[in-house]
Design a protein around this ligand. Sequence first.
Ligand SMILES: C[S@@+](CC[C@H](N)C(=O)[O-])C[C@H]1O[C@@H](n2cnc3c(N)ncnc32)[C@H](O)[C@@H]1O
Length: 251
Amino acid sequence: MLASSPRDASHGRVTERQTEVAAWFDRTYQTAGFKYLRPIEAYPIFLQLLDGKPGERLLDVACGLGLLLKAATLRDIQPTGIDISAAAIEIAQRFVPQADLRVGNVEQLPFADGAFDMLTCIGALERFLDRERALQEMHRVLTPTGRMCVMVRNAQGVGWKVWRKWLGQQNHTGHQDAKTLEQWRALLESQGFDVQGVYMDQWGRQKLRRLLRGFRPRDLTQPEPVARPLLSLRLAYEFILILRKRERPTA
Ligand SMILES: C[S@@+](CC[C@H](N)C(=O)[O-])C[C@H]1O[C@@H](n2cnc3c(N)ncnc32)[C@H](O)[C@@H]1O
């Protein structure tokens, strides 16, 4: 089981372990590029669930190659992104030239307090070495009424159980992890976020709709149906949580 240990808590400093994680992502993006991630049509749903409006300022934390930021530009949302992988940011700069893109660690965000109306963090919270510290920073850079969308992996999902068994320690350097819905909720609430909605990962249903329309591209500015679980939310491979900032409890 991969988990962050107190030794890894970098508080923004570059630890050996953090360098390893960044190097793993650099290699992955250099070899696989966009094939490592979902296609762009998987991303507008996060902005839809956040009710993102033209002119709002968005920070995508751990933005990877900038796919969500590209979707944001199609909605006239102001795009900013940060990722620890310099290789990712180099590609993202070509893919979304309008975006403000930075190489950096989420544990020390180079942005002013309250600089963003919305924040997204897709498929990355489980990769952070010090999640509390990361969430404190994410909380800080949001406006007092800021909204946030995270997609995180479900420890109880069948997909993760098979994946983890298969990966074993091999993927240690990518720092993969998962938690139950209750654990994610408790972590987010403890860091000053109220959970407003929980959804299953939408990608399975998006793929099905794509197949049914014969792989024709869809208009990414138009709303899409929000899929509900056929059985139980608890079986989802990943959870999408919609959150709103509130005052952080004082320690
Ligand atoms: C699975 S990828 C997801 C990328 C992007 N959010 C997407 O969905 O297309 C996880 C990303 O987290 C980034 N990452 C991991 N640890 C980070 C950290 N401490 N600070 C910033 N980015 C980090 C990686 O470089 C990688 O791009």
